[in-house]
Design a protein around this ligand. Sequence first.
Ligand code: ARG
Length: 428
Amino acid sequence: MSDLLWQKPGIAVDARIQAFLAGDDVVLDREFFLHDIAASRAHAQGLQRIGLLAADELTGLERELEVLADDFRRGAFVLDDRYEDGHSAIEARLTERLGDAGKRIHAGRSRNDQVLVATRLWLKDRLADAQRHARDAAGVALARAEAEADLPLPGYTHLQRAVVSSAGMWWAGWAEAFIDDALRARDTRAWIDANPLGSAAGYGVNLPLERDHTTAALGFGRLQLAATYAQLSRGKFELAALEALGSAMLDLRRLAWDLSLFTSAEFGFVALPPEYVTGSSIMPNKRNPDAVELLRGTYASVAAAKAEIEHLLSLPSGYHRDLQLSKGALFHGFGKGLQALALLPDLLRRMQWQPEAMRAALDPSLYATDLAVDLARQGVPFRDAYRQAADPARWAAGDPQASLAARTSPGAAGDLRLEVLRHRLDAL
Ligand code: ARG
């Protein structure tokens, strides 16, 4: 391993303790290494502006940081346990290439604000991904709601057939849900869009650091002012981001549940594209919706990440090494959640309704509520109308289209007003 930045002369840290301290930290730092490099560049620019770096030193640092980023992207530089962590690796590499200029870069910063700023930048990117995936899913759902508004589908409560509904209503529900999820990701991104760089170890530093410059250079919306709060926001902001992702994952879980039911022979309402379906090692007849089930199960990874970070956050003020453990949870939760969410738009685009099975499921009981409401409209007190309509002898096969139109056409309570959803979607 390269020299530890904090090594005391003549004292070697116990090897097992060192291994325990490190854990998989350096490997995790790969995830935001490019963000750490970007923040290092902004910090170096700030140092030059206050006279702690000469102009040519800054030029050298910017060049070498760019080379390091390139090398990392194409695998020519591997961040591994030669280094204690990604932060040390950057300084080691700059010192190796540039000598004193490399040794100057850590003036006025701490790995504590380095990890904060790298994580914050990373989170902003991941929330933008979550917003995009949720928006794409909403876009497909809305297009299919528009196209399939009249395709009847039983509506269920308690998993028992209830009233006539439609593919359009089902889709519109998902469109609105994922629009809300995209908004939540966008708002959370704005909420955490604050620059912690310059808070150093958590108490600022006796230098006039150009914090406004680094804020603008890194594209942050605002500065995190109180150095003490910057540290305290570690974990809190991660949790908010996971909650935003979790809201999309909750919808994804429920959607996957619907598909899991609808693709069963008992419902038979939906066929998945053959490329999305798996088989059984023993039962040659099986066509299993494993992918849908894994989409459903992925919520667990996001919820587990939230729980792990919440448990870590029982800490007094200031930096504590416990906080390092939030990284693995965060990366794992977002990695799994975004991978699942990214699959959703195509799955939605390609799933196929089976209209015959859907129509066959529209038994006469589904019109009982319509009948009660129609009687009430004709002046029968609703409770009396309800009792009359409860009599199976009065149930007759109705017209699904008429039933749907009465509830969803313009002016009716269930009017989907898809143009409003389209407007909200376009604004995202
Ligand atoms: N890997 C550490 C973390 O994630 C970086 C900060 C280390 N700071 C320290 N004082 N040991 O928290």
